[in-house]
Design a protein around this ligand. Structure first.
Ligand code: N01
Length: 500
């Protein structure tokens, strides 16, 4: 394979993680860097999820880069503000000329002789193969929409779309609409569709816990103070950060500590839904925290409307004109919205990454479970680093904090490579396995395993390969510097040093 372009670092993805990496590596003097992005803009999930009501459920001050304060109008930012923030940060950072948009990575193969990744891409001007010394995968953990595997869904004759690919050309006014799913996306969509649609059916497989959303607009004075008073933005961040960090990680291992949150959720249900029979069907039957805790003031009142029906009978099949449930009832619909989540444990990108042994990462992870040392490095895949990799997800705090920790780790790896003139760094399989085994041991005692629910946090072997089970500052600590001893370091001339 003849490369058409040689680069030092190739980043896949231009969401929060890819943009952060580009900005920070640029600050380190990394000029030979390219970011490949399949979409036409930065933003990742915040570019793609444009459904009505889309907003962050992590407070704005925390859900932004520590080095780029935002000017937020609300305590929980709506999607358009987050997208505009990312566009502004990208523009002002001066790195946008390294971004190649509308271009897909078709595959990346480690070339042992060249000690480089050969990355094949397809864009508007055809195919390009990059020979990259380092590849950073920043494609996101929740970026590939998953359609439900329901009989007949392909034959549905009306409008059908996924929550993350909202069809803005479909007018819902007066139509019969169904939403499948009751996760974080659905609970934001349902209150927006209710009242516009002629009738709305919400198909619930599992009732979630929904606590109140303490959202408010920032006053003019607050916004000015947050922008201009030195340290003010950081003060807000710190207060919000510790408010979450002090409590939530503790209850993942001691679910009984979560009783205030459970009480809050059940009171929210009681307040929002007047019909006791409906309330019973909306009451979760598992420990709080086992699935993501959702926040909304409008979801329950929307379900309580006369023109909204919560359907809890199992979906049997989809017909060209409606949905048939297990009791044989067919409910006719014009529009079907599937808010059924994303590929989380079988990431499509891994099918196209071929490592040192010739095996794809998807095949390797099929054997071992999705795992990466510190969520970042995988044995047999030298010079490949993940951002938002395995076991770095959070249910309680900001992914941006985790991303900044991982980017800081990446910078320390690249610094070491420069200073030591290492051509290759590859994590030792033993170090990776020890890391993952330690996490899985810790996981067994968490509510995600003991809470009595099925969730996308767990893979088909029952391993939690998505979430970080400790505090976020523990993650920051563990990613503070490059652990050379855990890696095999190889020089350009094939002189190999294996650390003890
Ligand atoms: O997806 P989900 P999501 N038949 O996988 C149901 C982030 N996020 O897009 O619970 C019937 O959570 C499924 O049922 P069950 C956040 O991290 C953040 O809502 O598996 N139902 C579930 O109810 C979040 O966790 C924000 O029984 C089916 C729903 O579909 C993650 O994204 C906003 C089904 C899927 O819920 C994913 O959230 C949005 C089937 N065959 C998302 N298959 C904010 O910051 C699935 N379901 C606000």
């Amino acid at each position: 394979m003849t490369p058409s372009t040689t680069v030092d670092v190739l980043v896949m993805g231009a969401g929060f993680a890819g943009l952060c990496a580009a900005i920070k590596l640029d600050e380190d003097g990394e000029r030979d860097l390219v970011v490949i992005e399949k979409g036409s803009d930065v933003g990742g999930t915040w570019r793609d999820n444009t459904y009505p009501g889309a907003a962050c459920d992590v407070p704005s001050q925390l859900y932004s880069y520590s080095f780029a304060p935002g000017d937020w109008s609300m305590s929980f930012s709506p999607q358009p503000e987050i997208q505009a923030y990312l566009q502004r940060v990208a523009r002002e950072s001066g790195v946008l000329d390294r971004f190649v948009f509308d271009t897909r990575v078709d595959g990346a193969t480690w070339d042992e002789a060249e000690q480089r990744w050969m990355v094949e891409t397809t864009g508007p001007r055809g195919s390009t193969t990059y020979a990259a010394r380092v590849v950073v995968s920043a494609t996101g953990g929740l970026s590939e929409p998953k359609l439900p595997d329901i009989e007949g869904i392909g034959d549905f004759g009306g409008e059908l779309f996924h929550s993350a690919r909202w069809d803005h050309d479909t007018d819902l006014a007066g139509k019969r609409v169904a939403v499948i799913g009751t996760g974080a996306s659905a609970i934001q969509i349902v209150p927006q569709v209710a009242g516009t649609a002629g009738h709305l059916d919400v198909y619930q497989r599992t009732a979630p816990y929904v606590i109140p959303r303490h959202d408010r607009s920032y006053s003019r004075l607050e916004r000015v103070a947050l922008r201009h008073v030195p340290g003010m933005q950081n003060l807000y961040r710190t207060a919000i950060y510790w408010g979450r960090e002090a409590y939530v990680p503790a209850f993942t291992r001691q679910p009984k500590l979560a009783w205030p949150a459970k009480k809050m959720a059940l009171a929210n249900l009681e307040k929002g839904v007047t019909d006791p029979e409906l309330r019973a069907r909306l009451t979760p039957d598992f420990e709080i925290g086992c699935k993501r805790i959702l926040i909304s003031n409008t979801y329950y009142p929307a379900l309580d409307r006369d023109d909204v029906e919560v359907v809890t009978d199992r979906i049997e099949r989809v017909t060209p004109t409606g949905i048939v449930t297990a009791d044989g009832t067919e409910r006719p619909i014009d529009v079907l919205i599937v808010a059924t989540g994303f590929f989380t444990t079988e990431l499509p990108v891994t099918e196209h990454l071929v490592g040192r042994t010739g095996e794809t990462l998807a095949a390797q992870w099929k054997r071992t479970g999705m795992s990466a040392f510190k969520g970042t490095a995988v044995a047999n895949f030298p010079n490949l680093f993940f951002l938002v990799g395995p076991n770095t997800g959070l249910g309680h705090s900001s992914m941006v904090f985790m991303i900044e920790s991982q980017v800081s780790y990446l910078r320390s790896v690249l610094r070491s490579m420069r200073e030591g003139s290492w051509a290759e760094v590859e994590v030792h399989a033993e170090a990776e396995h020890a890391w993952s085994a330690g996490l899985q041991r810790r996981m067994r005692r968490t509510v995600w395993h003991t809470g009595g629910c099925a969730s996308w946090y767990l893979d088909d072997q029952g391993r939690n390969t998505t979430l970080w089970p400790r505090s976020t500052f523990a993650f920051r600590g563990t990613t503070a510097s490059f652990d050379e001893d855990a890696f095999r370091l190889t020089r350009r001339r094939r002189t190999t040093r294996t650390t003890p």
